[in-house]
Ligand binder design. Structure first.
Ligand SMILES: NC(=O)C1=CN([C@@H]2O[C@H](COP(=O)(O)OP(=O)(O)OC[C@H]3O[C@@H](n4cnc5c(N)ncnc54)[C@H](O)[C@@H]3O)[C@@H](O)[C@H]2O)C=CC1
Ligand SMILES: O=C(O)C(=O)COP(=O)(O)O
Length: 926
């Protein structure tokens, strides 16, 4: 690529303005159609909308119940000036200002209100001194929008303060944590982090702020739109949606829709998105010396209004503006020049509505525009050398996990607590192209059912180590492809089972009593008492197809409803059937006898279409069928026909052959109840699966512990610690024979002797097989090795032995080809280091090094000399030298641990001595 080649990828949305900010993902004007336009905002509908905006803001931001939240005129400026005008003057005031907006409030205080104030300022890029007498009122901005400097926390605000804190949080709310106990007045506007419209401000008052309002009357007159009290009492109506003046109901509706979106992420998710975007920029600055964050102290760097400066002071004054114009002309970034009063540079908005992937896509463009402008500036110094972006990762960097489906906030929190670098972007699950664009950066991917982990996606994910499914079904993951690429696939098999079983029972009731239709009819003002005749569940026969975790719970609940339960599940033991009080039957028997059928099997080649047209025809007339397991288990066309003919009396489906299901033969048929894959959709289940998946993935990425993996044996964190050196021994043994063998391997036998035989042999096997397979395919790892071996027809066997010989424990690996058998054994010494202890049945004691040389010869004098002299002559240092022989004058071996790989020339010189039968350089991953 020439220096000025334009980057290949463009941000999907080029809107990086710091206000009004980008609309939330998925925004559409048609979503505003429910706005009560042309109606009074004081009518019930309008008031309910305003109240809802207040209530939902409280929940999302975690505002305490005893704080008041009001919608006030004139955006954040209106809200903040309202607070200054009504509350300041009672006490001495300290004004903190470190950028344009803070300075604006200073002007208000000094020139308009003529207050006796202490003004503390700092230059752009810095914070002023925050040690303040807690008896004074304090005015400050949480995040300086025009300098990109924020307060790192509120520890500098006293808990037992006498004064009030007035915080302008307009570019912080919904993107940064706000500690409500430290904030007496908080203001923000809708047009910032949530990408709302710039009409109204939000004013949040602590009880202490209310006390000030009710006990203090300022010396100056107050315009009507600032008046919060009447007769010395707070006008409570303002904080219930009775706005002071007429609000725009269109803007209110828009704010409510933004809240709809924000609620799917929760505050944690919103904060995580801003963090992820800002981190992209910070990493970029760290790897390029021509651009830097304006905020000098990293702890004060904004994660919303990220302000950047070009480091070369000799650049012309309008250089940054020209870069911004170039970006705008390319259509890759709008409005990213610095604020008019701020130092020259760029300001890139990273608030929650901006896609982190768009920020990542923008950065190569920033480099391109910078270089293009420099080239155009002919008198300037030479263009600095091109540095690729992103920079290569340090091995010490925290693992990166992407959450691409909507998961409870709990997951984000766990990843954070475990120091995993997490990006939460649930919109990616539905956008495979964008997901493929970003996945290359991540070590882990946490999903639900929307994200499809295909071969193609995995091919774009060279760093990926683990896919975590927050739920049960993994039919959206190509597990073979994942295994082949060494990616572990985990699920959470228990977290949502109760919830899903309850949904199946709810669906059974719904279809038995036609609840959804009766509900719709009653809402429509009809009173069709005789239309909805149902059937009782008590005494009926329930046929459960698949009596595993969920099916088992359904059996239990159905028994409590006094149903007779028959189950078809070839893997259900008689003991378990007795325990569940169900009768184990064949499928045909179930079909014939059941009044209700419920499916709880995974979708496999055997279960696909298990309720085919033919099997549906075998069911009892009047049967009702519930599917809360997987689409594809039932032939939807055939079922629709059977419903129309009356053979099947009703159906309740949560899952569909194609999802999201926007059309189905079952839709709009009478007595068919449908839900949009809600089986797992309860707060409890979502919390469970999110917590579990985040813990499991973090454990794996940080400690190597494997839980609930579908393509790898489980390894506990404790085991991972104890077994670490043994896993290495197994891998080295495999690597030894793998490198020695150049014909097709037929069988691998792993013999575990003594203490190691009590360990987790499945995991040790995987490591040994990986060692063998890596010799021919360096990309194989513990996850992919068994599959690769199976695909090559290699037979694997394991033997456990009681302790024999001198070692407490050892592993012996035997590899068979059609020509020979090779064996090597190893152990872990008390120093925790792996050792080879036997090769070809000959005892040795050899430390394992990265570069080794293995020779075999007839036992005779001169071997040590030949090896030593040849290495010495060629400057190859020998770190360790081990010899062994089967008997005097018989087979002998030597294993040298070298400081570097011997060259072909060195090996030739050895061969020319005629002393050796075999000379093999070996390499180990120590
Ligand atoms: N609607 C939703 O939101 C949710 C759906 N699910 C789905 O529910 C299903 C069941 O999940 P779990 O009970 O957790 O699984 P499980 O693995 O505990 O139980 C499945 C049972 O099906 C049996 N089975 C397998 N092949 C069979 C066959 N050919 N014929 C009859 N039985 C067979 C197995 O022996 C096992 O007992 C899965 O498809 C899962 O994806 C799970 C959670 C939520
Ligand atoms: O856990 C499962 O198998 C489910 O089907 C739940 O799917 P979901 O996470 O709600 O998309």
């Amino acid at each position: 690529m020439s220096d000025l080649t334009t980057p290949a990828t463009r941000p999907v949305n080029p809107r990086f303005s710091s206000g009004p900010c980008a609309k939330h993902p998925g925004f559409s004007l048609t979503d505003l159609s429910d706005a009560p336009l042309g109606r009074s905002h004081r009518a019930a509908a309008g008031k309910a909308k305003l109240q809802s905006a207040i209530d939902r803001t409280r929940v999302l931001l975690g505002v305490p119940e005893d704080y008041r939240i009001g919608i006030v005129p004139a955006s954040d400026t209106g809200a903040y000036e309202m607070a200054m005008w009504t509350m300041l003057g009672a006490r001495p005031v300290t004004m903190l200002a470190w950028e344009s907006f803070g300075s604006g409030w200073v002007t208000d205080a000094v020139k308009q209100l003529h207050l006796d104030v202490e003004v503390r300022t700092a230059d752009y890029g810095h914070l002023p001194d925050l040690s303040i007498d807690s008896d004074r009122d304090i005015c400050f901005t949480w995040n300086g929008t025009t300098s990109g400097v924020r307060v790192p926390d509120a520890d500098w605000i006293a808990d037992d303060r006498g004064g009030l804190t007035l915080c302008d949080a307009t570019s912080a709310a919904f993107a940064m944590d706000l500690p409500w106990d430290k904030l007496d007045v908080t203001t923000f506007s809708w047009q910032k982090v949530l990408g709302g419209e710039g009409a109204h401000g939000m004013l949040i008052l602590s009880p202490r702020a209310v006390e000030r309002l009710e006990s203090y009357t300022p010396a100056w007159p107050l315009p009507k739109i600032f008046r919060l009290t009447k007769g010395g009492k707070l006008i409570e109506g303002i904080f219930r949606g009775e706005t002071i003046n007429t609000p725009s109901m269109l803007c209110v509706e828009d704010y409510l829709r933004a809240l709809d979106w924000a609620e799917t992420l929760g505050l944690r998710g919103l904060v995580a998105r801003a963090d992820a975007s800002a981190h992209h920029i910070w990493d970029f600055c760290d790897s390029h010396d021509w651009i830097a964050n304006l905020a000098v102290d990293p702890a004060t760097r904004s994660t919303t209004s990220v302000c950047l400066r070009f480091t070369d002071d000799s650049l012309p004054e309008d250089f940054a503006k020209r870069v911004a114009r170039r970006l705008e002309a390319e259509g890759v970034a709008f409005d990213v020049a610095n604020y008019r009063d701020a130092p020259a540079g760029l300001r890139i908005w990273c608030g929650s509505t901006v896609e982190p992937a768009d920020v990542a896509a923008l950065l190569p463009w920033v480099e391109w525009a910078y270089r293009a402008e420099r080239a155009a500036w002919s008198t300037g110094p030479a263009v600095p050398p091109h540095r690729p972006f992103p920079i290569s990762k340090e091995p010490t960097m925290a693992p990166k996990v992407l959450i691409s489906d909507s998961l409870s906030d709990a997951a984000v929190q766990i990843f954070r607590d475990r120091s995993i670098d997490v990006t939460f972007d649930p919109s990616l699950g539905k956008d495979k192209d964008r997901l493929a664009q970003v996945i290359g950066d991540y070590d882990g991917l946490a999903i639900r059912s929307a994200t499809k982990v295909t071969e193609k996606l995995l091919a774009a994910a060279p760093n990926l180590k683990v896919v975590g499914r927050a739920g049960i079904g993994t039919d959206n993951i190509d597990k073979d492809a994942a295994s082949r690429r060494g990616v572990i696939v985990m699920n959470t098999p228990y977290g949502n089972m109760i919830t899903t079983a309850e949904h199946a029972i709810a669906m059974m009731f719904a279809v038995a009593r036609q609840i959804p239709e009766a509900n719709a009819s009653t809402h429509a003002g009809k009173w069709e008492k005789s239309r909805f005749m149902g059937v009782e569940l008590s005494g009926k026969t329930l046929g459960v197809i698949g009596a595993g975790n969920i099916g088992g719970i359904v059996c239990d609940r159905a028994r409590a409803l006094r149903m007779k339960v028959v189950a078809y599940d070839p893997f259900l033991s008689e003991e378990r059937a007795t325990q569940l009080q169900v009768e184990k039957v064949e499928l045909d028997d179930l079909l014939k006898r059941a009044d209700f059928i419920t499916l709880h099997v995974p979708l496999t080649d055997q279960t696909k279409n298990i309720l085919s047209a033919e099997n549906i025809a075998k069911t009892k007339p009047g049967v009702r069928i519930v599917n809360c397991a997987r689409g594809g288990l039932v032939d939807e066309e055939a079922l629709a026909e059977a419903l129309k003919s009356g053979h099947v009396a009703g159906a309740a489906f949560d899952v569909f052959a194609t999802e999201p299901a926007t059309a189905s033969p079952l839709f709009n048929l009478p007595n068919v109840v449908v839900t949009p894959h809600l089986g797992a959709a309860t707060t409890e289940a979502q919390e469970n699966v999110a917590l579990q998946v985040a813990e499991q993935m973090s454990d794996y990425l940080l400690t190597g512990a494997v839980t609930n993996a579908l393509n790898m044996p489980s390894v506990t964190a404790e085991e991972a610690k104890v077994m670490g050196p043994w896993l290495k021994v197994a891998e080295h043994l495999g690597a030894f024979v793998g490198q020695m063998t150049d014909e097709p391997i037929q069988a691998i036998e792993v013999i575990y002797n003594g203490s190691v035989a009590a360990m987790n042999l499945d995991a040790l096997n995987c490591s040994a097989i990986a060692g063998v397979m890596k010799a021919t395919n360096p990309d194989v790892n513990m996850v992919s090795a068994p599959l690769v071996a199976r695909e090559r027809g290699v037979e694997i066997s394991t033997t456990r032995q009681d302790k024999t010989g001198a070692f407490d424990g050892y592993i012996k690996l035997v590899v068979r080809t059609d020509r020979r058998e090779r064996s090597v054994a190893g152990t872990v010494f008390s120093d925790g280091k792996p050792r080879f202890i036997q090769i070809k049945g000959i005892n040795i004691d050899a430390e394992v090094g990265e570069h080794m040389l293995y020779t075999t010869n007839h036992d005779e004098p001169g071997i040590i000399g030949a090896l030593g002299v040849t290495m010495g002559k060629n400057g190859v240092n020998i770190a360790n030298f081990t010899l062994g022989r089967s008997d005097r004058d018989k087979d002998a071996i030597a294993l040298l641990y070298l400081d570097e790989q011997p060259s072909a020339g060195v090996l030739d010189q050895l061969r020319q001595t005629g002393l050796f039968r075999n000379i093999s350089p070996l390499r180990f991953n120590v």
